[in-house]
Design a binder for this molecule. Structure first.
Ligand SMILES: [Zn+2]
Length: 413
């Protein structure tokens, strides 16, 4: 098939698949009417989507219906899986969903990426992906693709991480490396963790659908994902949103990026841990961030004034940095992810007061903070969402499983 015809067909396959996803089970005639494609074309496209396991004939709500049994087509969401994996300073998170949105994997493993070489981290990452792929295989679903979330500057087109300061990565060709690790032969992409978290928040978080929002990842590093006018802001090179490295205190501490006084040296989790337990370098007690937070919460509950003071200081700096974002981007909501969400009850009132004090009054007054309910898994969830979106945009990324059926009287799940 000539290249232009192939791309038209891909676009039409996508059109039919999205139509079924949006409108639910319906007949070929209704698909033709709804998409503007002719019925012969729809029949051929549907046959291919069935062969790729993406569409089935007949739907539960139509079973037993009188009149037109077996005519309804439906998205076959349960046979194809999307995998998102996030590598961060002290954990690797994986999240898999099928096309219908059913969660198949949602887990996080402690891992000391900060104290490991890039090679060791990549080997570990490959192991996590193989385990997840094996589990999905066991569930009988086809893995359609993998997206990796990394806290750093990512060249998405070339599959490389330019710099990830808190991982100690410089120019790591992550996709090429994973390709050589014996992973399943599916598309693999890499993207910035905060951008992926913002996509997850925008599609399924506490401020879902808010067209102008900023999502802050509260980890050792602090990244920003910016949705403006309903679209992710990428910038010329896809590097937009590196808010953690805005210099807020020229007399401040040295940052993982090598500069001084970056915002994340004021509000990152490492700084909070250091302020609560002075003398403890962050890495000397490597644990999952949830465990670190449990310890901080224990101290807060016990009335430890040092812990309360440290959290209040983080909150004030959070408000000051938020004022820069509000003046610059005029978001309606700032979603607090990661550890910020866990301490939101303490952080938000003080941060909002500081934002009101130093931000431009109108945009600051109209902007609210919201605690994410996606936890530390937001970026991996967003990464899986990117894979789902890719399948919907190009259904040919899912391999053909069987000869296109001429007729399939009753839906098989
Ligand atoms: Zn920095």
């Amino acid at each position: 098939m000539p290249a232009d015809q192939a791309s038209v067909r891909r676009a039409n396959l996508s059109l039919v698949l999205r139509h079924l996803r949006e409108h639910g089970p319906r007949s070929r005639a209704a698909v033709a009417a709804g998409t503007g494609l002719n019925k012969t074309t729809v029949t051929s496209l549907v046959a291919e989507l069935q062969a790729r396991g993406l569409v089935r004939e007949g739907g539960p709500q139509h079973e037993g219906a009188v009149g037109r049994p077996g005519l309804a087509l439906a998205l076959r969401g349960s046979t194809v899986a999307a995998l998102g994996v996030e590598v961060n300073v002290d954990y690797i998170a994986s999240f898999a969903t099928d096309l219908g949105g059913r969660i198949l994997i949602d887990r996080r493993l402690s891992f000391d990426a900060m104290g490991s070489s890039p090679e060791h981290t990549l080997a570990h990452l490959a192991g996590v992906i193989k385990d997840a792929a094996g589990d999905l295989d066991g569930l009988g679903v086809t893995l359609a693709g993998i997206t990796i979330a990394v806290p750093g500057l990512v060249d998405v087109g070339r599959g490389r991480v330019g710099v990830a300061p808190n991982l100690g990565w410089h120019d790591v060709p992550i996709v090429g490396h994973l390709r050589r690790s014996g992973l399943p032969e599916v598309p693999i992409t890499v993207d910035n963790d905060a951008n992926l978290a913002a996509l997850a928040e925008y599609t399924s978080g506490v401020a879902a659908g808010t067209p102008d929002l900023v999502c802050l990842t509260g980890e050792v590093g602090v990244g920003g994902g910016i949705i403006t006018g309903g679209r992710l802001l990428g910038g010329a090179d896809g590097f937009a949103g590196e808010v953690g490295h805005i210099m807020v205190d020229p007399a401040g501490e040295r940052c993982g990026c090598g500069r001084v006084g970056c915002w994340e040296t004021k509000v990152g989790l490492a700084e909070l841990v250091r302020a609560v337990t002075p003398g403890h370098a962050y890495r000397t007690h490597l644990r999952d961030p949830e465990e670190r937070l449990a310890e901080i919460e224990q101290r807060l509950d016990a009335g430890d004034p040092r812990a309360a003071g440290a959290v209040a200081e983080v909150a004030r700096w959070l408000g000051r940095g938020a004022a820069i974002l509000v003046n610059l981007l005029n978001p309606r909501v700032i979603v607090l992810g990661g550890y910020f969400a866990r301490l939101a009850g303490l952080l938000i009132p003080l941060a909002a007061a500081e934002l009101g004090r130093v931000g431009m009054s109108d945009p600051a007054r109209r902007c609210r903070f919201a605690a994410s309910d996606l936890g530390f898994g937001a970026a991996s969830r967003g990464a899986a969402g990117v894979v789902v979106e890719r399948v919907l945009s190009d259904p040919t990324t899912v391999p053909i499983r069987a000869a296109p059926p001429l007729h399939q009287p009753h839906g098989r799940r």
